[in-house]
Design a protein. Structure first.
Length: 165
């Protein structure tokens, strides 16, 4: 339902299923899938700041809370005594980044600066993915269709948040 709402003298466009919370969840799930997905040529460490900037407040508060600290502690112990596969390294790094990030960095979440930063990183990742695939058509091949859809979601969410719908 597309509606127009008056607030502070300007029109605000919103669409209920595309609320900012739902968009944050879409971006978080897409980032998590991309961290584990094959079939893409993106530099996956760039997904960590996107996750930290776009994750819903419930995930951030869980990570910064008691359970997140214990999870990071056990993950560090596991990493100390065992070799962690490369696919699990990025989610662990995302956990640590959010856990130790200063307030000023996490304060960018939900603000225009954070959305612009996320959109810039997502645009760079989309450029890497589509140029690495060779063409738009090749990016939708069977081996990389999941990665392509996730890249499009990671790119579209900050854009939608930027335009305010």
């Amino acid at each position: 339902m597309l509606q127009s709402k008056r607030g502070f003298g300007s029109n605000v466009c919103y669409y209920a299923p595309l609320s900012s919370l739902n968009l944050q969840w879409i971006n978080t799930i897409s980032s998590a899938i991309l961290m584990l997905a094959n079939g893409t040529t993106i530099q996956k460490p760039f997904l960590v700041p996107i996750f930290a900037l776009q994750a819903p407040a419930s995930i951030i508060s869980w990570i910064k809370g008691e359970y997140g600290v214990w999870t990071a502690f056990f993950a560090l112990l596991l990493r100390l005594f065992f070799d962690i596969p490369g696919e699990l390294e990025l989610p662990f790094n995302a956990l640590l980044i959010v856990l130790v990030a200063p307030y000023q960095i996490l304060n960018l979440r939900g603000k225009l600066e954070g959305v612009i930063l996320s959109l810039t990183i997502a645009g760079y990742l989309a450029f890497q993915h589509f140029s690495g695939a060779g063409s738009l058509r090749k990016a939708f091949d069977q081996g990389s269709i999941v990665a392509t859809i996730c890249i499009i979601c990671v790119l579209a969410v900050p854009f939608l948040l930027l335009i305010g719908c």
